[in-house]
Design a protein around this ligand. Structure first.
Ligand SMILES: Cc1cc2nc3c(=O)[nH]c(=O)nc-3n(C[C@H](O)[C@H](O)[C@H](O)COP(=O)(O)OP(=O)(O)OC[C@H]3O[C@@H](n4cnc5c(N)ncnc54)[C@H](O)[C@@H]3O)c2cc1C
Length: 817
């Protein structure tokens, strides 16, 4: 077969991800698809994978993606005639201590919330299921009966055959060597055997995806790491349908294979693949290749495995597999539309769960490629969660190795990464250190989470219950409610949109009406074509043709990309990222006006500077953009300060605020304050899966105006129809309960949803959570009010109360301006 000169879509890479993407593009979308593989199919990481297939993740959407994989692997052979080796053995996860047990109880609740069966079982039951195991140190195990294992190469060949059956053309031994670009658009793919003109490119090049991306100017932040497992000789007494085992406290996993065991692990001291090539590139010629066996490094797993399955001491090792796999800085894979290039999509960085993800990842990626937007909330894997920081290869390597080393460690709530810090600091960093700030990091920025009093250790001490900062954050919270606090939010992402068509562009992109007079602010969502919420931000009109947009730190690349992508080519509007130009201080609390009035001549009275307005004011010798907004439910201003003057403004506010008891306050207090106030958080409470109507944000949608905007059509079709899910607030009185999100909501004893976020409200002295209540026949006010509610928290039912209004309302503060 000759290489074609043209195709709609070219997929690069013939591993499981490329083949699954090509299969779905051809089967579901009838596209003209060409797949190019530099060696033979499966010859990258796929052929040597162990083949464990787990499904449960902390994101409902990713769990759905993994569940889809299993459904596909079960039935694919009926379509293609090629078996996938799928075996539904179930998976046991072992716990040897109480913290791990608590983690499993929370996981089992998450599973229930996501509609998956998961049980917790005793050591005796484990022994019955897996007689070869020593269970003497076990507290118990979680049991997920629908997990299993499959043959990675067989699945891939079956997917490839399916793709061909639906018309895709697959070429082996063809290497992509570059791209012909027109601006930021790929027009042709260059290969060692000729060029192919195409509309879209999908980069599924596994550990080569970073290099392939770089040829089109895009960044795919991943690091190849060596990962090893052994395959043993036959073990007497091992059942062919033995459950796969994950033993995280011993950092190892097992799976049955032809009567023996596959055993591998995630060591705390992983080895990056140091190739010696420029930039750490992975060599082109690495088809069906492995590294030398490294028993010295593997010994740590062997020791643990023999203690768990003593029979291992007496059986021979048939084979050791030591292969490279691409890992990412946060342990999640990378999907979606590359921000730097108009028509390259990525599916890479699968962190040793590419076999488990393959079927589902190809399904959603194919839809994403065709529609230009993600078909569901895939934010945790979206390539736009990264930033320029992730172009730093050393930083990526260091953080990725940390993430690999923590793959099996207990996931404590609120845990922060330690490596590669500090990466980006605000101009206040040293000042805040003097106030004993305890920092967290977000997209590389060091941000104060809380401030340790002199008698408290200035560090997070992690535990499964209340952590050491809990009472301190309570004091910070109350201080903002009762007096005044100063938050360093300099890491906020900030953009300016200027030009004669700036308003026209925002009118189209924003769901709320931004065509207000100069000096006004608009809180708005940006919607996708399904009416789902893609972003949640504030737009300030600075001039007729100039807008200032402020959004969350972590959403910098994503929101910028979303706005830029939806400005029509013929519109004269220029979007610029000005994040580093402005420091941001939020002055919040009932005394905020007194403090601000003491440092500026500007009129900051309620009539002179009402809620929902932006003004430039003179303060500490510089001009500051002051936005009268709040995310904590108190009187306050966000002050956007020329970055070099941030320190001076901080000092002036701290000095002027002394009589009012001003103090710096951290991000954990913001979370508690916003929960009480019912402000939604994008990424948890509001996502691309949720419409503003469902989220209780219908008031921020300009449906009554005769302006077309992204998502309008979708909202019109559901406007007035009964909603099948609605966001509601919940409180729990029991002080022992810890809410984190994903707890199941029971209405009259039946599951109706789960919490999207949870925490503690220090003013109301209750646990607070938000979550969508679902009912196929409609969720009316009556339906919500008439139920009796409970939450399932770590498998325990606890009474809860539902709330449809904010739990706290500061007198006189107008929220929905
Ligand atoms: C030891 C080990 C055990 C594992 N165990 C499991 C497990 O139990 N369960 C699980 O789910 N996952 C497991 N994995 C992970 C799994 O193997 C990977 O996540 C998965 O195979 C990744 O698939 P891929 O298609 O992204 O990459 P690959 O399989 O590497 O495919 C990428 C392809 O792109 C091709 N390519 C690259 N550059 C070019 C170019 N310029 N032109 C044309 N083609 C190009 C390559 O040749 C390659 O074939 C394991 C990995 C390792 C190393």
């Amino acid at each position: 077969m000759n290489l074609p000169s043209q195709a709609d879509i070219v997929v690069i890479g013939g591993g499981i991800i490329g083949c699954s993407t090509a299969y779905h593009l051809a089967r579901d979308h009838k596209k003209s698809v060409v797949l190019l593989e530099q060696g033979k199919l499966t010859s990258g990481s796929t052929w040597h994978a162990a083949g464990l297939v787990g499904q449960l993740r902390s994101s409902a959407s990713i769990t759905r993606v993994l569940k889809y994989s299993v459904d596909l692997y079960k039935r694919l052979d009926q379509e293609t005639g090629l078996a996938t080796g799928w075996k539904m053995t179930g998976c046991l996860r072992l716990a040897t201590n109480q913290d791990r047990w608590t983690e499993f109880k929370r996981l089992a609740t998450t599973a229930k919330s996501f509609g998956m069966e998961m049980h917790l079982i005793s050591p005796e039951e484990i022994k019955r299921m897996w007689p070869l195991m020593d269970v003497s140190d076990l507290v118990g195990a979680s049991w997920l009966p629908t997990d299993g294992q499959a043959s990675p190469s067989d699945i891939t060949q079956s997917l490839a055959k399916g793709a061909r059956m639906h018309g895709a053309r697959i070429f082996e031994d063809v290497r992509v060597t570059g791209f012909e670009m027109d601006g930021n658009r790929i027009v042709k793919i260059r290969t060692d055997q000729g060029d192919i003109a195409c509309d879209k490119v999908v980069n599924c090049a596994g550990q080569w995806a970073r290099q392939v991306g770089a040829m089109a100017g895009i960044n795919v932040p991943l690091q190849a790491v060596k990962h090893q497992y052994i395959v043993t000789e036959k073990i007497d007494g091992l059942a062919a349908d033995a459950a796969t085992i994950r033993d995280p406290d011993r950092r190892i996993y097992f799976k049955e294979e032809v009567g023996g065991l596959v055993m591998g692990g995630y060591e705390p001291n992983p080895q990056a693949w140091e190739t010696g090539l420029p930039g750490g590139d992975v060599p082109d010629e690495w088809q069906f290749r492995l590294f030398d066996d490294d028993y010295d490094h593997f010994e740590q797993h062997m020791t643990q495995a023999i203690e768990r399955v003593p029979a291992l001491e007496r059986v021979g090792v048939k084979q050791m597999i030591n292969g490279p796999e691409s890992f990412t800085p946060d342990g999640n894979f990378i999907l979606g539309s590359a921000p730097e290039c108009a028509n390259m999509f990525v599916g890479a960085g699968f962190n040793a769960f590419g076999i488990a993800s393959g079927g589902g990842a190809g399904w959603v990626l194919a839809q994403w490629v065709v529609d230009g937007e993600a078909p569901l909330d895939l934010w945790v894997v979206d390539i736009r969660r990264f930033s320029n920081l992730h172009r730093d290869r050393n930083w990526v390597r260091e953080r990725t190795l940390e993430a690999y080393g923590k793959h099996y460690t207990i996931g404590f709530p609120h845990e922060e990464h330690e490596s590669g810090r500090p990466a980006i600091v605000s101009p206040l960093y040293e000042r805040l250190q003097k106030y004993r700030a305890v920092f967290g990091s977000k997209l590389g920025w060091e941000r104060p989470n809380w401030y340790a009093p002199d008698d408290t250790e200035a560090n997070d001490i992690y535990s499964m219950g209340r952590q050491n900062w809990f009472p301190v954050v309570g004091d910070e919270h109350r201080h903002v409610r009762e007096a005044v606090g100063l938050f360093d939010q300099s890491s906020f992402a900030k953009y300016e949109l200027t030009g004669p068509d700036a308003l026209r562009a925002l009118d189209w992109i924003c769901a709320n009406d931004v065509s207000k007079p100069v000096g006004r602010l608009t809180y708005t969502q940006l919607l996708n074509s399904r009416g789902g919420i893609e972003a949640d931000l504030t737009v300030a009109r600075l001039a007729e043709d100039k807008f200032y947009v402020v959004t969350g730190t972590g959403f910098r690349t994503h929101d910028f990309g979303w706005i830029a992508d939806h400005i029509a080519a013929e519109w004269d509007a220029r979007l610029t990222d000005v994040t580093e130009k402005f420091g941001t201080l939020s002055l919040m609390g009932p005394k905020a006006r007194d403090v601000l009035a003491a440092v500026t001549e500007a009129d900051v009275s309620n009539t002179g500077f009402p809620f929902g307005h932006v003004r430039e004011i003179e303060l500490a010798g510089c001009t500051v953009r002051a936005l009268r907004v709040t995310y904590v439910g108190e009187l306050g201003w966000e002050l956007h300060i020329p970055i070099e003057a941030t320190g001076d403004v901080f000092d002036a506010l701290m000095a002027a605020g002394k009589p009012y008891g001003i103090r710096p306050v951290g991000y954990r207090a913001i979370e508690s304050l916003r929960l009480e106030k019912g402000y939604r958080a994008w990424g948890s409470d509001i996502t691309p899966n949720d419409t503003p109507f469902e989220a209780g944000l219908g008031w921020a949608v300009k449906l009554r105006k005769n302006t077309d905007f992204m998502g309008r059509r979708a909202l019109e079709t559901i406007n007035g129809a009964p909603l099948t899910k609605r966001l509601a607030g919940f409180t729990v009185d029991d002080p022992e309960i810890v809410l984190l999100g994903r707890e199941t909501i029971l209405r009259n004893g039946e599951p109706v949803g789960y919490l999207s976020s949870g925490g503690y409200g220090y003013t109301i002295e209750k646990n607070v959570g938000y979550g969508y209540v679902r009912n196929a026949d409609g969720v009316s006010d009556d339906f919500l009010a008439s139920g009796d509610y409970e939450l399932v928290v770590a498998m325990q039912r606890t009474p809860a109360r539902i709330h449809l209004e904010p739990l706290y309302d500061a007198a006189g503060e107008k929220v929905k301006a």
